[in-house]
Design a protein around this ligand. Structure first.
Ligand SMILES: [Zn+2]
Length: 215
């Protein structure tokens, strides 16, 4: 597992998975996610957009206070591969600064908007000390508007469940009602099945593979 590539699944023998929520914080949906995770006593990772932290800093603070993790999803959600290196660096830096304001420390991981990466962007994230995170359930397409249906999201996420899976969902932008319902069902199912719902950084500590700083 290297920092210079997208991590979709953490190699581990532990029965644990990481839920991630992109594009927040959001005044309605983020609160609902917090409630869901409180009920199952799990932790999640919120890949926040810097300018949304500027708008809803109180929600970001609640996420942090509840023991969840905040990951960098840039400041304004551009396709970084279409920017100059300096513009891309500024996007990541501004996102990092907003997270530090909330948590008091730099983010641990980075989720590139649209999963748009190339060697340059992956190296840049590595410069910041980040793991760049992908996901195993991209086929669930919960980001689509209108959303693809609760059953569709459930089915395409269930088939990607395994030790170390990183799941992608969205708590920001647009109508996320189906995501919320699907996540409610999945968190209950997985918990009942003995899975621990942990943050991305916690999941990384469970790896049985040498963590490398080079690609
Ligand atoms: Zn996003």
């Amino acid at each position: 597992m290297a920092k210079g590539s997208l991590v979709h699944r953490v190699p581990t023998g532990e029965k644990a998975v990481a839920f991630t929520f992109d594009d927040g914080p959001h005044p309605v949906y983020t609160e609902q996610v917090l409630e869901i995770f409180r009920k199952v006593n799990g932790k999640a990772t919120f890949c926040m957009i810097g300018q949304e932290i500027d708008r809803f800093g109180d929600i970001a603070a609640k996420v942090h206070a509840a023991g969840h993790e905040i990951a960098n999803h840039t400041y304004s959600h551009p396709d970084l591969t279409r920017l100059t290196l300096e513009e891309a660096r500024a996007e990541i830096l501004l996102g990092d600064e907003r997270i530090r304001q909330v948590t008091g420390k730099p983010a641990f991981s980075f989720r590139p908007p649209y999963f748009a990466v190339n060697e340059v962007i992956l190296s840049l994230a590595e410069e910041f000390g980040y793991y760049s995170i992908g996901c195993v359930n991209g086929e669930a397409k919960d980001w689509e508007q209108p959303q693809p249906g609760v059953d569709f999201i459930l089915e395409h996420t269930r088939r990607s469940v395994a030790n170390g899976s990183i799941f992608l969902f969205h708590d920001g932008y647009g109508d996320r009602a189906q995501t919320i319902e699907a996540v409610r069902v999945l968190t209950e199912e997985l918990t009942a099945d003995g899975y621990r719902l942990v943050t991305v950084s916690e999941l990384m500590t469970m790896t049985n593979e040498q963590v490398s700083h080079n690609t």
